[in-house]
Each structure stands twice: as C-alpha cells, then as structure tokens.
Design a protein around this ligand. Structure first.
Ligand SMILES: Cc1cc2nc3c(=O)[nH]c(=O)nc-3n(C[C@H](O)[C@H](O)[C@H](O)COP(=O)(O)OP(=O)(O)OC[C@H]3O[C@@H](n4cnc5c(N)ncnc54)[C@H](O)[C@@H]3O)c2cc1C
Length: 290
C-alpha cells in the first residue's frame, strides 16, 4: 500500500527563470542574512512569522511566498543577499555554485536580488516499507523517495533523504540477497498484446504536452501549498477526467516512453489528490484553509 501520499514537500526558493529548469537556492542563503522581497521590493516575512522572519520553517516560508505571489499577481518573489550580507561575507566564495548558476541567467547575486519561486522538492509518502525495505508484496523492496519509511513524518528535514537512502538501501540490499525464491516472486512477464484496431500513427506530441500542462496546473493550483475543500474536490474531478482520457489513449495507441510516463504521472496525481482530500490536518508540507 501507499502511505502519506499527500505530503509533498515544497522548497520555498527555486531559481525562477521562464527559459530554464529551476535549480535550488539553498536555505543557507537566508541563513547568511538573505531576505525575501515581494515584487514591490518589500520585505514580507516579518508579517507572516514575526518571531522567525526569513528563518521560519520551509512550509511557512513557502506558504508566505505563495500568498505574496497570489496577492500581488506575480509569478515569483526575490531573495536578496546582496543588500543584507554582513561585511565579512564573501558571497561569491560562500555560494560558488549558486553564483555560477545565476550568472548563466545573467543575475549577479553580489549586486542584485535573485528571482525565486517555491517548487516541488520531496515526496514524503510512498510505498509502505518496514525497517528492511520490505513492501507488502513478497520479494519486492522499496527504498529512497519511492518508499515511505515514516522517517520524515509530515515534513522532511534537510538531507535526511541521504541518510534514508543509505541506511534503508543497505538494509534492503542485505534482505533481498537472502531471498532464495526469486523465480517464484518474479515469474516471466508476458509480452504486451495490442488490441487489433490499434492506432500506430496517433502520436501527436501536442496531446501529451497539453495533458502534462493540465496536470501541472491542476496539481499546483488545487493540490499544492494551500489546499481547500473546493480546490481538492475540483482536482479530483478534473484528474479523474484526465485519467480516463489518458488511459483510453494509452490502451488504444502504440506504446511510447512519453505515454507511459504521462500515464504514470496522472496515476500518481490522482492518488495524491485522493489522499489530500481525506486528510483534513495541516501538520507539515501543505496547509488546509477552511
Ligand atoms: C532540487 C533538489 C535538491 C535536493 N537537495 C537535497 C539535499 O541537499 N539533501 C538531501 O538529502 N536530499 C535532497 N534532495 C532530495 C534527494 O535528492 C532525493 O530525495 C533523492 O535523490 C532520492 O533518491 P532516490 O534514489 O530515491 O531516487 P532518484 O534519485 O529519483 O533515483 C531514481 C532513479 O531511478 C531511475 N528510474 C526511474 N524509472 C526507472 C525505470 N522504469 N527503470 C529504471 N530506472 C528508472 C531514475 O532515472 C533515477 O536514476 C533534493 C531534491 C531536489 C529536487
């Protein structure tokens, strides 16, 4: 079984750029004094977390950014280390990777704020495992982000996934090497049989692109950082429709990697949305608004 699928951790600050896939702007930048500014150039974290301000926990910061973006109708906010770094901090030396990556997008972090946006970071739930990576299916082990060991609770702490991968990976490896009934667990997989009237030409890439766009916006807007009953109800209904259309497409056309990935994506999205609908608590990762 799957557990805790609704707990999708969002990192508050991914680099924002319309043309490139975002990379992560480490929380250490805020640790060194960096401040978040909205599109009007105003510092806003003290309004959301008077005690911790920019050093509030991940989910609180992500929620505050999301609120500011919604309020100002902006696609991103800014993280400013240039104006707030102490005299002793050499930004370039302290954050060489971030400096170089931002430079590729013509942002000089020693002189100007970094455009940032919250982004999907870690799936806390997954296939339920025991302490040795065993799933409920005999002989099948799961480890890492695909698994739910319970180690992360409702909100993973930084770098714990590395620990989880190493510890559970080793344990599952040892456990699976002791299994002596491999043939019994994994019989030969039968060949895929296409129906007679299969379409081998209906491979329009726009169909797949459009479905991914639908999936992305539905998940981000309705099953994202802030969830409401209305949003989740809509998500479930929309995702059910997308799922049924994609399953039909998947069954009646020839298989390609893109189609398999899309089908897996929509299946995962459905499971996450259903789990989100059942959970009325805000204990970490996401926040339920009445
Ligand atoms: C931007 C970002 C920054 C992060 N920073 C940190 C950090 O600082 N510290 C930390 O602890 N964690 C961090 N994480 C989380 C961490 O990177 C992941 O949780 C971790 O990499 C998961 O490892 P994994 O081996 O379980 O899965 P993956 O790294 O996703 O590995 C799964 C592998 O399976 C392969 N695969 C998929 N499908 C198939 C298939 N059908 N057949 C064969 N192979 C397949 C994939 O290609 C991939 O290589 C970060 C995550 C992100 C997104």
């Amino acid at each position: 079984p799957l557990r805790l699928s609704e707990y999708v951790q969002i990192h508050p600050t991914m680099f924002y750029n319309e043309e490139r896939i975002g990379f992560l702007i480490s929380e250490a930048v805020r640790g060194e004094g960096g401040r978040l500014l909205n599109s009007d150039g105003e510092e806003f974290m003290s309004r959301y977390s008077p005690a911790w301000k920019d050093l509030a926990p991940r989910d609180e910061v992500a929620r505050a950014i999301y609120n500011e973006m919604t309020r100002t109708g902006s696609s991103h906010v800014y993280l400013d280390i240039a104006s707030y770094a102490g005299d002793s901090l050499n930004i370039h030396e302290r954050f060489p990777g971030i400096y170089e990556e931002c430079k590729k997008s013509k942002i000089d972090i020693e002189k100007e704020p970094i455009p940032v946006v919250p982004g999907e970071h870690y799936f806390c739930g997954g296939v339920l495992i025991d302490n040795f990576g065993n799933t409920s299916l005999p002989g099948l082990h799961a480890v890492g982000e695909a698994a739910c060991s319970g180690l992360h609770g409702a909100n993973r702490l930084a770098s714990v996934s590395l620990l989880e991968g190493l510890v559970y990976g080793t344990r599952a490896g040892i456990a699976s090497s002791k299994t002596d009934k491999k043939e019994e667990y994994f019989p030969d997989i039968l060949n895929w049989i296409y129906p007679n009237n299969i379409s081998t030409t209906n491979n329009d890439p726009l169909l797949i692109l459009q479905d991914w766009n639908n999936l992305n916006t539905t998940m981000w807007n309705y099953v994202g950082i802030i969830r409401t009953e209305t949003r989740l109800t809509r998500a479930e209904s929309d995702l059910r429709n997308i799922y049924s259309r994609i399953t039909d497409y998947y069954r009646n056309t020839n298989l390609t990697k893109d189609k398999i990935e899309l089908r897996n994506g929509v299946l995962a999205a459905n499971l996450i949305a259903q789990a989100a609908r059942r959970n009325t608590q805000s204990t970490g990762c996401h926040y339920i608004k009445e």
